[in-house]
Design a protein around this ligand. Structure first.
Ligand SMILES: CC(C)(COP(=O)(O)OP(=O)(O)OC[C@H]1O[C@@H](n2cnc3c(N)ncnc32)[C@H](O)[C@@H]1OP(=O)(O)O)[C@@H](O)C(=O)NCCC(=O)NCCS
Length: 170
């Protein structure tokens, strides 16, 4: 039987709320994701149109196709009720690939670090033990976030132009 597409609920701290992604979040997120500068270190992506974002969110909330080996988890990050970015995890057994994006106007306030920490804690509670992030060698802000999460860059050549960062929970 297909598992529940999203087994994790909302997460909250004093200043942030992480809401499980819904297709309608596209309306708010299209503005958050509109700055082309956000994609400098993440490949050839360009800002999505509203239709593209709705379609993307439809796919993400539906979850992966059979045999459902992975879980796709996405949370919209909100500060004072306003969407400021998202965090995501692709969970395979006890490992998760994680990523974070915060809209340009909302950067530098510690949101990515705090939201990602909340996500890692929830995943850890759910039994995930290894966390990985693929980060461009020149993406200093993302490297700083990873370091705050206790991740370390693994030695070796970048994979597809990105370094692999990793941490394990005890
Ligand atoms: C990476 C990103 C999510 C960080 O978001 P944020 O909310 O600004 O992050 P935080 O405020 O939690 O922390 C950013 C850290 O980067 C540091 N930083 C910011 N700009 C920096 C720079 N040019 N050089 C070095 N460090 C920098 C900050 O000082 C901070 O570290 P500190 O807490 O030790 O002071 C945001 O820049 C982003 O969305 N970038 C585009 C998408 C992206 O690249 N995502 C990551 C894909 S792997």
């Amino acid at each position: 039987m297909r598992p529940e597409p999203f087994p994790f609920g909302p997460l909250s701290s004093d200043r942030l709320r992480l809401d499980p992604l819904r297709v309608d979040d596209a309306d708010e997120m299209v503005g958050v994701l509109a700055d082309p500068g956000l994609y400098r270190y993440t490949g050839f992506e360009t800002p999505p149109s509203l239709d593209e974002l709705r379609e993307r969110y439809r796919r993400l909330t539906a979850g992966p196709p059979p045999p459902w080996a992975d879980l796709w988890l996405n949370w919209i990050v909100r500060a004072e009720g306003v969407a400021v970015g998202y965090v995501q995890a692709t969970v395979k057994g006890e490992s998760a690939d994680v990523a974070w994006v915060i809209g340009t106007r909302h950067q530098g306030l510690g949101y990515a670090t705090e939201a990602s920490r909340m996500m890692l804690r929830a995943l850890d509670d759910g039994g995930v033990r290894t966390f990985r992030a693929y980060i461009h060698p020149r993406n200093a802000p993302s490297q700083a976030v990873a370091a705050h999460l206790g991740m370390r860059k693994l030695p070796g050549q970048p994979f597809d132009g990105e370094d692999l960062w990793e941490t394990h929970s005890s």
